[in-house]
Ligand binder design. Sequence first.
Ligand code: NZQ
Ligand code: ZN
Length: 387
Amino acid sequence: MLNFELYNPTQLVFGKGQIEKLSVLAPYGAKILLAYGGGSIFKNGIYEQVKTALSGFEIVEFGGIEANPQFETLMKAVTLIREEKIDFILAVGGGSIIDGVKFMSAAVHFEGNPIDILLKRILFKDISKVVPFGTVLTLPATGSEMNSGSVVTIKTTQEKLDFGGSAMFPKFSICDPTVIVSLPKRQLQNGVVDAYIHVLEQYLTYPHEGYLQDRIAESILQTLIQVGPQVVENPSDYALASNFMWSCTMALNGLIQKGVPSDWATHMIGHELTALYGIDHARTLAIIGPNLYRIMFETKKGKLAQYGKRIFNLSGTEDEIAHEAIKKTVEFFHTMGMQTKLSECTKDYEKAANFIVNRFEKRGWKALGEKQNITLEKLKSIVEMSY
Ligand code: NZQ
Ligand code: ZN
């Protein structure tokens, strides 16, 4: 097993009716910026619950943060935070709102041009230089409620870039599984698939000695396969909702990646497809992931075979099981309502491979993957195979 450090200071408050705990979780006497998205929180009663719990606090609101949050919008919030002398930010929403709040938190006291946070991928480690924040999660998917990463889009250049650091963990996150009842089916499907691929990015590498990490990763995959197809049909079932929400958090709160290699190339390519075509994050991953496993078959087949045996009970030679495991993965994505070809999502698909290769070349991203062997040539093949 590789050496590792585990640090996760986020206080996770999980379960029915927990939003009312905001009254004690929010720092006493703080002036709070309540950040939200396009308005779903007004329709499903979450806004009311938050406002009631925070009735003793001074609150300034900032709404309109888009899905795939934009730098340009977030900078308006940064100005507001400075003007209003906000002490604490509360994100009420899905990954986009939480990621947007992480950016605000980092940008307020940033010395320099805040766009550099994204362009230079600045690492934030000093909590005295960021604005503290908490979250009320409304969409299980990204794990952003318990991790220190954030992904922000620069609208003017159509770039989707990530940053983070140990100062970017939420102080607390409230995860009430009943909030998923109002989610559109499409978003529930997205959540299951995003979390599933988060696990695969940290699992489908090469055989290693992180036996426990593998078993934890496999248990998250098995739970998502068990509850995923049902929860999208019946989100008011608490057993399904709570297991779905907890699986999503566990998939990307840092635990399963400790001491093991990881890949993340599917995400890096997927982010470009969202930036280019506006395709939902999870849906880009369902398109790219299986083809990345096909092109990188020789590197990944040992782990693909383990995955095939343990998750899908497959038998045969290593190669047979590994190939069949990719097929089974695609079948699962189809069950979850995903399309797995780029041409099913956009007519303008043929520009994708050259565009992404050029971008990665300019950024110096010429060797991705757990073995740094996803070259620009392989990248091109992966994207073309995804058409
Ligand atoms: O904006 P509102 O009106 O709230 O509607 C949202 C939005 O339209 C809606 N929604 C959220 N909760 C709802 C609800 N509708 C009804 N009822 C509810 N309870 O759902 C839509 C999508 O929301 P969004 O926050 O964009 O979804 P998600 O949580 O999937 O986040 C996606 C973003 O997270 C990034 C992605 O790149 C993307 O920008 N990621 C962040 C990661 C991280 N920080 O660790 C890792 C991920 O891999 C991912 O890259
Ligand atoms: Zn993701």
